[in-house]
Design a protein around this ligand. Structure first.
Ligand code: NAG
Length: 285
């Protein structure tokens, strides 16, 4: 690298570091949500401003294959099914016409960070309308440390129904009504863009629709550092996704935002940062 190029990149690096520090210091005392909770950190991916850059800032794409017990189809997460769509981010389960061979092609993303411990997570999105998929937005550490909101496009009222579950949602193959709830919002149309919000708290998870609390699930609320995931998938299982879909089934996401605490910024580090800031008022979110 030439000397002038090196200098130029140093200047750019210094400039963007300053911008980041300024942005952080303006909310150095954190974020106060509509319930009064204070969160130390934030991330935003606004896919309407350039989906790929917004995605790469905070998320990776799933690439694995997944086999569930007692269902007809294996699934393959493919990066091509995470793409720019309708001015936002598309997550797609590909059309699987009757008689198709091979795995069902599905899509998923997860936060680069897996140190998130409680927070308020918001997604502005439109659900898939082709029957036979599950569209999920959830916290994940393991199959027993996981809080979900899930939209099943084969549900009769899929455009106003979601499933809120703190895993495990089953006891002896039966739904555990204290860990899994079906939430229906009369008059809602989830095929249009709305904000679906999951607040993950120490002893419960709460679902908000366009800022209004609709449901609380207390049993099995996760307690360990986790990632935030979103996916659109189908294993053909008769008990959940049904399908696979015979046409492309696509969720469109405009943004995902998180206000959260993590195991990487302690309460005392946060307090010192706040004490040193000129603006000591938390930002309202
Ligand atoms: C998140 O961090 C804030 C600031 O340290 C603290 O007041 C709050 O209790 C924390 N929330 C949870 C759920 O731990």
């Amino acid at each position: 690298m030439t000397r002038s190029l090196l200098l130029a990149s140093l200047v750019i690096a210094t400039a963007s570091a300053a911008t980041l520090a300024e942005r952080q210091s303006s909310c150095a005392c954190g974020y106060k949500d509509s319930t009064g909770a204070i969160w130390r950190e934030t991330f935003t991916s606004d896919f309407t401003t350039g989906w790929s850059t917004a995605l790469n800032q905070n998320f990776y794409k799933f690439t694995w294959s997944e086999t569930h017990p007692k269902v007809p189809y294996t699934m393959q997460y493919i990066t091509d099914n995470v793409y720019g769509y309708n001015d936002g981010l598309g997550l797609k389960t590909s059309a699987f016409p009757a008689g198709s061979a091979g795995p069902v092609k599905v899509a998923g993303i997860g936060t680069l960070r897996s140190d998130i411990l409680y927070g308020s997570f918001r997604m502005r999105a439109a659900v898939p309308s082709v029957p036979g998929v599950c569209f999920g937005f959830f916290t994940y550490q393991s199959n027993t440390q996981e809080a979900d909101i899930e939209f099943l496009s084969s549900d009769a009222n899929y455009y106003q129904t979601l499933h809120q579950t703190n895993q495990p949602g089953l006891v002896n193959d039966d739904t555990d009504p204290d860990a899994a709830k079906v939430v229906t919002i009369p008059g809602a149309d989830f095929t249009a863009f709305h904000e679906h919000r999951l607040d993950w708290l120490p002893a419960s998870t709460k679902y908000f629709y366009d800022g209004t609390l609709k449901s609380t699930v207390s049993k099995n609320s996760p307690t360990v550092a986790s990632s935030i995931l979103a996916n659109v998938w189908s294993d053909g299982g008769s008990g959940w996704t049904k399908g696979p879909p015979t046409k492309d089934a696509i969720a469109t996401i405009y943004y995902i935002k998180g206000y959260f605490n993590s195991t990487s910024l302690s309460a005392s580090q946060f307090s010192s940062r706040c004490a040193a800031a000129s603006n000591k008022t938390p930002c309202s979110v």
